[in-house]
Design a protein around this ligand. Sequence first.
Ligand code: NAD
Ligand code: LMR
Length: 328
Amino acid sequence: MSKKPVRVAVTGAAGQIGYALLFRIASGEMLGKDQPVILQLLEIPDEKAQKALKGVMMELEDCAFPLLAGMEAHSDPMTAFKDTDYALLVGSRPRGPGMERAELLAVNGAIFIAQGKALNAVASRNVKVLVVGNPANTNAWIAMKSAPDLPRKNFTAMLRLDHNRALSQIAAKTGKPVSSIEKLCVWGNHSPTMYADYRFATIEGQSVKEMINDETWNREVFLPTVGKRGAAIIEARGLSSAASAANAAIDHMRDWALGSNGRWVTMGIPSDGWYDIPKDTMFGFPVVCEGGEYKVVEGLPMDDFSRERIAITLKELLDEQAAVKHLV
Ligand code: NAD
Ligand code: LMR
């Protein structure tokens, strides 16, 4: 018997990430090849954006995806999020060359208040929310704070792109396939202060730290490369990452919904006090997903360098939070 369709809301559906994301959701790459989906697509009311959205929907239609059970265009989050089971909050302004993501808070923050309130009012009580729009951690925190009737754990921020970037750098350094790397994680904020950590990583049971055995490479090449990859892409493309961001969003939601098969993945989630991160801070943690839930990998030892790096990224997040506290 075929499964009942689930509702997937995507904001910024006519944007560049939207264009790289929707076709993959509709083809079953996110929620499984047996799971029909109804796409509830949100764009700003602007005529040009709505027209572009109609064009994307025409293309979705032309793919004749067997799993696409329905499609709706919206300009109001109160209708777009009605009964939604999954919400991918992408719609917001991207940064340009020379900007930091935190500078977007002033223009993008308000979006997540309205959308958090709308999710609170009309979404499924089990909705799984992923915030992609930057600054992703603080926007996810704003949305969560604006939705007091929904469980806090339903709100997450995307650090999977950073996780995937770190995997690829380690694969290149060790000459081993990406798929062989386990137990990698990225702590903190989706910003240059993030702390990509391969101290616990293994390849075929062997310690990656011992294989690389080069702390200077870790500090002077690996961390800056992963941390500043977004800016490097903007510099090269003139536009921020889109296909890799959409791919990370698919990875994040797929693992959360269907499980990570015992593997560690990184998700930005509201802290419950793990690793002394203050409660509710939307922080990148190593997690394992199973049965539609994520579980933090607890009890990992910290050395001085890791403590220092985690303190830096935490301070940045707390500063961002303080800057918008009056709004929520
Ligand atoms: P884009 O400008 O191509 O598309 C954004 C779309 O969002 C536009 O079509 C715009 O009309 C729409 N939009 C704006 N405000 C909206 C609102 N209130 N409701 C619904 N739609 C709205 O941008 P993009 O390249 O798709 O990037 C989107 C966001 O994702 C940016 O903030 C970018 O910085 C961020 N991003 C995050 C990550 C991450 O790893 N977390 C990675 C890449 C990009
Ligand atoms: C990224 O990491 O590629 C995105 O957050 C876009 C950006 O502004 O860097």
